[in-house]
Design a protein around this ligand. Structure first.
Ligand SMILES: NC(=O)c1ccc[n+]([C@@H]2O[C@H](COP(=O)([O-])OP(=O)(O)OC[C@H]3O[C@@H](n4cnc5c(N)ncnc54)[C@H](O)[C@@H]3O)[C@@H](O)[C@H]2O)c1
Ligand SMILES: [Zn+2]
Ligand SMILES: [Zn+2]
Length: 393
């Protein structure tokens, strides 16, 4: 089959790889009908390459039709239409019982001290072949699936794999009080969708980014936006001016570790990207080379006693944090990979013909799988108005 594979820093290729087969009784094979490019994959493309091997199949936002199931999988059958969550979870361990599916104890990648295995997401997350391919093997398929109705187009449901539950969890974790205000840092797919969900729930939304089309998409839906390019030095003051001098109740950081505006770690990340894996892995894992600009902004912006919700991914372990300010401002901080199936029942009613979240017009680009290498490049450079790529194998 054809698959999108990693070959090195900023080197993604579509190549022929062996078709996946059922390996465990709990596996299923899916014929992929739609698969997206995600902002998270850019971390692999750029800074986390040390944990990838040449030929690893990328992607974790796939849906399709069940082709075959292992003997232990009775919950789905060939012909069923399913969306595959980006994480694998068993549905019956201690963590899954608490709906903390990204902490699943059956699929945790203990060798790297990581939570649940993720599709196409490096050795740190189990090195499981990803969904940017014609077929996908789904481990723990008895639980790792979301059944969706036949009929509506794939784009109605495909974001249940990641964007929708991630944005939903970001908004939940932000604990925005009734009629309160949330600032969303970063208006990529996750920040954009978070703005739609927060607005749908009645919050006042202020979005921040530095890419004009991304600001415009969020403004066009009736939200306020702040262009970071005009407020590099005084973002906190600009937002306090808009919020009674106090700051918003909640801030969602939908930027993560590749934030614009912190030159020193940028150098360390670039250095790690150039070193042989054996040297680069400990730098990336231990040295703490995140670019914390967005998180620092969030800490500055949020009102005293407010809540910060981190959905952007951070990976370092030694970054100094402004603990004094966090403590003094009595800030509540919540974070983590989205527990996909925790939120599906909340989201599903919004995915009807009314399409209040605008999922069917969310993608900016629809392309064949063969065009993935160019798309990765364009998406990484944020050119051509690229916010979300949807691919057809
Ligand atoms: N928690 C989860 O389960 C989960 C799931 C998916 C994605 N993510 C993470 O969420 C983050 C966002 O994902 P995405 O797909 O929207 O990525 P993206 O890269 O498309 O979006 C990030 C946006 O942040 C903007 N930005 C950069 N620096 C900024 C700054 N200092 N202040 C404000 N905005 C800034 C960029 O211009 C960009 O538009 C990534 O870190 C991704 O890995 C987390
Ligand atoms: Zn993703
Ligand atoms: Zn589990």
């Amino acid at each position: 089959m054809k698959a999108v594979t990693w070959h090195g820093k900023r080197d993604v290729r579509v190549v022929e790889v062996p078709d996946p087969k059922i390996e465990e009784p709990t596996d299923a094979i899916i014929r992929v009908t739609t698969t997206n490019i995600c902002g998270s994959v850019l971390h692999l493309y750029e800074v986390l390459g040390a944990f990838m091997d040449r030929g690893d199949v990328l992607g974790h936002e796939a849906m399709g039709i069940v082709e075959e199931v292992g003997s232990a999988v009775t919950q789905i059958k060939p012909g069923d239409r399913v969306v595959i969550p980006f994480q694998m979870s068993c549905g019956s361990c201690y963590s899954c019982d608490q709906q903390l599916y990204t902490q699943c104890e059956t699929t945790q990648v203990r060798e790297y001290g990581s939570g649940a295995a993720l599709f196409g997401y490096s050795k740190m997350y189990g090195q499981v072949p990803g969904g940017q391919a014609e077929y996908l093997r789904v481990p723990q398929a008895q639980f790792t699936h979301v059944r969706v109705p036949d009929g509506p187009p794939d784009e109605r449901y495909v974001y249940l794999s990641d964007v929708l539950p991630t944005a939903w969890q970001a908004v939940e974790y932000a604990s925005i009080p009734d009629g309160g205000t949330v600032v969303i840092l970063g208006l990529g797919p996750i920040g954009d969708m978070s703005s739609r969900i927060a607005a749908h729930k009645g919050a006042r939304v202020i979005g921040v980014d530095l890419v004009p089309e991304r600001l415009e998409r969020v403004r066009a839906r009736g939200n306020e936006v702040v262009d970071l390019r005009e407020h590099e030095k005084d973002l906190g003051d600009a937002i306090r001016d808009m919020t009674d001098g106090r700051g918003p109740d909640s801030v969602i950081d939908a930027v993560g570790m590749e934030a614009h505006g912190s030159p020193v770690p940028k150098f360390a990340q670039t250095l790690a990207g150039l070193l042989p894996d054996a040297l680069a892995q400990p730098i990336m894992q231990k040295a703490g080379v995140d670019r914390l600009t967005a998180l620092y902004s969030a800490i500055d912006i949020v009102r005293r006693g407010g809540t910060i919700s981190l959905s952007g991914v951070y990976g370092g372990t030694a970054d100094p944090l402004p603990m004094l300010t966090l403590f003094d401002k009595q800030i509540q901080l919540r974070m983590g990979q989205a527990n996909v199936k925790r939120w599906v029942d909340d989201i599903m009613p919004l995915l009807d013909d009314e399409d209040v979240l605008g999922v069917e017009t969310f993608a900016t680009h629809r392309i064949p799988l063969a065009d993935a290498p160019k798309a990765y490049e364009t998406f990484q450079k944020k050119e051509d108005g690229a916010v979300k790529y949807v691919m057809t194998p």
